[in-house]
Design a protein around this ligand. Structure first.
Ligand SMILES: Cc1ncc(COP(=O)(O)O)c(C=O)c1O
Length: 398
């Protein structure tokens, strides 16, 4: 609330502005399948509310079956899963990890916590994913890992990136926070690298409030991952009856979610197919509606290569420049429609400048960061989607 009780919002420059309408169409609204509270109550009745109970087991087995990962370990967030990946990567201060700059802070933070240096590589103009043709040039004798990010649930070029990682003996990590149910040549994202990470944050397709998972595709890392997740102890082995008592074995932390979270997540995972299908319908509607505007050169729509199945995590458009994007967001806000831009490139943020370095030009990252805007995208938007489409048409045709 601003002065005299008026509802305000911060514009892109951080100035407080009055909201001309109440928010009619929010940017996101979490979808509930209807079983969440029942399963939480079941967890309570089972008398097991801490981590690694029956619901955690169900979610883990679902993830393994549906992605093909060797092991799936639930975590309290994708950030936590990335931190586990960084611990498993055995980094030393000064080790380098190649990643895009056009990503969420956790991709870099997880490695910086271990004293490693993120080396930022530019993105492709089409999918906005790390440009695989630029990765090799960024490798030095300090490089230990490559961490790709599947932006908007659309796959990076994993065959090329996997070949580079193998050629140079680097650990390959996939930040698949946005990519549940997405595939590359029919194989689930998060299962190409040694490690993959998923997010179940409430802004994602399948949610648990806060939640995540670490997908392990390299058998050699499984035992240590279990230990790191359980405070550096072999408690997982103890619960399976494989050791008489559990003890401190390695460094680690507490990365497992409670059964309350897992019970909520189970209600979502068992409906993941339907969730994806409903989001795809919304995504296709935007995409078809904006085809003519793209042909007319008024905006650019997302690109999804034929060999990628995407999960409709987000629908974004690219406008000609920052001024138009700022005006667009304000125009929609004036109609009570919330559209938002995305990442401030990590290399240009204060921590990124201090802790990371550029691995070549980042011109495309900077250009896209100025022009991209995400439209409302949530199950339940259906009766309001035409109003969003109409507002986009009106603005870009002005
Ligand atoms: C690419 C990417 N990585 C990591 C994260 C962090 O996920 P979480 O909120 O589950 O920690 C996000 C969340 O927005 C993300 O988009």
């Amino acid at each position: 609330m601003g002065e005299r009780g008026k509802v305000t919002y911060k514009d892109n420059d951080g100035r407080s502005r009055p909201m001309s309408n109440d928010v009619r169409i929010p940017f996101n609204r979490p979808f509930l399948t209807g079983n969440e509270l029942r399963y939480i109550s079941d967890a309570h009745q089972h008398g097991h509310l801490s981590g690694d109970g029956e619901f955690t087991a169900r979610c883990s087995r679902w993830l393994e079956r549906n992605t093909g990962a060797r092991r799936a370990l639930l975590t309290h967030s994708c950030t936590g899963a990335l931190e586990m990946a960084a611990l498993l990567a055995d980094l030393e201060p000064g080790s380098e990890v190649i990643m895009p700059s056009f990503t969420f802070v956790s991709t870099a933070n997880a490695f910086c916590l271990r004293g490693a240096v993120p080396v930022f590589v530019d993105i492709r103009a089409d999918t906005l994913n790390i440009d695989e043709t630029l990765v090799e040039a960024a490798i030095t004798n300090r490089t230990r890992a490559i961490c790709v990010v599947h932006y908007a649930g659309v796959a990076c070029e994993m065959h090329a990136i996997d070949a580079i990682a193998k050629r140079h003996g680097l650990l390959l990590i996939e930040d698949a926070a946005q990519a549940i149910e997405s595939t590359f040549h029919g194989k689930a994202l998060g299962t190409f690298g040694d490690l993959g990470t998923l997010s179940f944050h409430e802004t994602k397709n399948v949610i648990a409030g806060e939640g995540g998972a670490l997908l392990l595709n390299n058998d050699a890392l499984v035992e240590r991952a279990e230990i790191i997740r359980e405070k550096g102890t072999n408690r997982s082995k103890f619960f399976r009856g494989q050791v008489d008592k559990y003890t401190w074995c390695d460094i680690g932390s507490s990365y497992l979610p409670s059964e309350v979270t897992a019970a909520f997540l189970w209600a979502q995972l068992e409906n993941a197919g339907e969730i994806t299908a409903r989001r795809i319908t919304l995504w296709n509607r935007y995409h078809e509606a904006f085809a003519g505007l793209e042909e007319g050169g008024l905006l650019r729509r997302p690109t999804v290569p034929a060999h990628c199945r995407q999960n409709a995590h987000m629908y974004y458009i690219l406008l000609p420049n920052l001024e138009r994007r700022t005006a667009f967001i304000e125009y929609l806000r004036g109609q009570g429609i919330m559209a938002v831009f995305h990442y401030v490139p990590l290399h240009s943020s204060p921590a990124g400048q201090r802790l990371g370095r550029a691995g070549g030009s980042l011109a495309r990252t900077e250009d896209v960061a100025d022009r991209l805007v995400r439209l409302p995208m949530w199950i339940g938007l259906e009766p309001m989607q035409d109003a969003v489409i109409q507002a986009v048409r009106e603005f870009v045709s002005q």
